[in-house]
Design a binder for this molecule. Structure first.
Ligand SMILES: NC(=O)c1ccc[n+]([C@@H]2O[C@H](COP(=O)([O-])OP(=O)(O)OC[C@H]3O[C@@H](n4cnc5c(N)ncnc54)[C@H](OP(=O)(O)O)[C@@H]3O)[C@@H](O)[C@H]2O)c1
Length: 390
């Protein structure tokens, strides 16, 4: 890569955002941070502004913007709200946008980044779950590249390099199985947020960690893979692989499997996305296949973890169903973290919400955003129903 790569980071204070800035710091002059966006963590944001000197920073609301301004003065322009996120996403002079907000909040800024022709390093899988077809079509039209940061899709992207799509039989997404891989249904009924937040192999933000525990994360990833790689759902398989050594696999028509293996550190896939199409020497510790030990694979258990099947069902149903699934999941996960909902009630809230909104159209982005809002209201209304809450 010649010259400096100029970046915007949406979600810079989060788990992925901070890892992305670690990667940037490791390569000194080769990256420049043009703009950052985050919610309300101004302690971290202040440090990031002093270290990376962005021109523009977006925060959640006006009060947060004022609090940040009182700390950093005129070091950068400070904007806020949804418009602020879009400003960061389409900022002048940016080569690539790291999309690492959490939830459907990331949809519009990511969409606008693609519309402006910016390459996107995409961690915010929910944007593709809600509006994958619109996003990928737009990227094709503007010539923007979408580089997956999610380790599984990043692995698939690497395995697919140089392969013809007609010669790909299936994609295999690996799933760690989360902290409750061996738990009985009865034990799952008593799971606390603290237990669910203790992921065995990856350190991540709270929402994705709960999604990993319910296997909804893998369901969202199936939908993400469908749109990223243009492959029908029946050709996307999920396999439980507890150590997460194999990040995912591609099965070719001649029976060969290609797998990508590595350490469980998100800075690895982030670096791949930021430096694509090149590969740069990593500052991270090397992967040791001997220390990694035996590789174990097992099928996912649909009875204890129904979220995966719900995601396949929403994908097959099409229209607004994936947006409804995602919205209901966001509401249910937030309620679980606030102890307003039991772990086993998460899939039930989602299933009920999907049923309520069956057959809704998703032809336009506005349809999907309306379905998202309506599904949130429905899911909220289900939380209060005693039969659903444990
Ligand atoms: N973490 C991982 O290892 C991982 C792996 C694969 C994919 N992903 C995906 O990457 C995305 C980010 O995950 P994460 O784990 O990094 O999440 P996270 O740690 O919770 O970070 C979320 C980011 O979004 C910001 N944010 C939240 N509400 C906001 C608002 N209203 N306005 C502006 N910014 C807001 C947060 O800012 P404040 O903290 O300042 O409020 C934070 O910077 C998710 O879609 C996830 O599925 C994550």
């Amino acid at each position: 890569m010649t010259g400096v790569k100029r970046l915007s980071i949406l979600g810079s204070t989060g788990s992925i955002g901070r890892s992305a800035l670690d990667v940037v710091s490791a390569f000194g002059e080769r990256f420049e941070i043009v703009a950052l966006a985050a919610g309300g963590n101004i302690d971290v944001l202040e440090r990031q502004i002093r270290e990376h000197r962005p021109r523009t920073v977006a925060v959640r609301d006006a009060a947060t913007a004022a609090a940040l301004a009182s700390r950093v003065g005129t070091a950068c322009r400070i904007v806020h709200g949804g418009e602020g996120l879009v400003e960061v996403a389409v900022h002048e002079g940016v080569d690539m946008v790291v999309s690492a907000l959490v939830g459907a909040l990331g949809l519009l800024p990511t969409y606008e980044a693609l519309r402006a022709g910016r390459d996107v390093a995409l961690a915010n899988k929910e944007a593709l779950v809600v509006a994958g077809e619109h996003m990928t079509r737009l990227a094709e039209q503007t010539g923007a590249a979408i580089l997956p940061v999610d380790s599984e899709h990043n692995a698939l992207h690497q395995c697919l390099r140089g392969e013809r799509s007609s010669e790909v039989r299936r994609l295999w997404l690996t799933a760690s199985g989360g902290p409750f891989r061996r738990a009985t249904l009865e034990e799952l009924g008593r799971v606390s947020p603290e237990q669910a937040l203790d992921h065995p192999t990856w350190k991540m933000g709270p929402k994705i960690t709960i999604d990993s525990a319910t296997l909804m994360n893998k369901g969202l990833e199936v939908i993400e893979a469908r749109w990223l790689f243009g492959i029908e759902p029946a050709r996307i398989r999920v396999v439980v692989h507890p150590t997460s050594v194999v990040h995912s696999m591609v099965e070719l028509v001649d029976g060969s499997f290609k797998a990508q293996l590595g350490i469980t550190d998100m800075r690895h896939p982030i670096q791949y996305a930021l430096t694509w199409p090149e590969r740069w020497p990593t500052p991270l510790p090397p992967f040791d296949p001997v220390a990694a030990g035996p590789l174990e694979f097992a099928p996912p258990d649909a009875e204890r973890f129904p979220c995966l099947a719900l995601a396949y069902r929403a994908l097959e149903a099409g229209g607004a169903a994936p947006a409804v699934l995602n919205a209901a999941n966001e509401i249910a996960v937030a309620a679980f973290l606030e102890r307003r909902l039991g772990f086993l009630a998460i899939p039930r809230v989602i299933a009920e919400t999907l049923e309520c909104h069956a057959g809704e159209a998703g032809g336009t982005l506005d349809d999907l955003l309306a379905a998202d809002r309506a599904a949130r209201r429905t899911a909220e209304s289900r939380l209060g129903e005693g039969a659903l809450s444990r």
